[in-house]
Design a protein around this ligand. Sequence first.
Ligand SMILES: Cc1cc2nc3c(=O)[nH]c(=O)nc-3n(C[C@H](O)[C@H](O)[C@H](O)COP(=O)(O)O)c2cc1C
Length: 166
Amino acid sequence: MNEAIRVLKERRSVRQYEAKPVPKEILEDIIDCARLAASANNTQPWLFVVVTNEEGKSAIARLATYGKFIASAGACVAVFCEKDSKYKVEDGAAATQNILLAAKAHGLGSCWVAGHGKDYAEDVRKLLNVPEKYELISLVAIGYTNQTPNPPKKPLSQVLKWEKYE
Ligand SMILES: Cc1cc2nc3c(=O)[nH]c(=O)nc-3n(C[C@H](O)[C@H](O)[C@H](O)COP(=O)(O)O)c2cc1C
């Protein structure tokens, strides 16, 4: 199978990580992939804050209701977009998906943790000293793992229609 297709098909959310740091160059390459994502009108309204220090990760984990595992990940990427940007959610989501896929391509596990619209979004922004003009879109936990989760997926036949619904 083509390597890119394999990465897309085999990516799954991982919520348990090994206590092994992720090299800075790899994290930088992952963010390089994120900043090349599609965005409406090529606005690129994003800002990525990569948190690797234990205190920072634990503080984010305490805030994120369903992201307690962030504390044990090698890194957490907080994805922000300019709040006045029209397609901030779509643009931030596209960048977030690139992060998940780039992490997988580097042999890392990751998990998207909700950010946009959550009651802790502003607290995360303040914790990371991010200016008010930005809004949190997502948090992504990244780390080495030996887990291979396999949640059920709808079959292609259930979600694909050719030409018209029927
Ligand atoms: C917008 C969004 C928000 C999510 N928020 C969380 C979250 O807060 N905590 C979590 O553990 N997983 C979260 N996930 C991951 C989903 O639970 C996961 O993608 C889904 O169960 C499918 O599993 P898979 O990623 O392994 O294919 C989120 C995913 C998306 C797209």
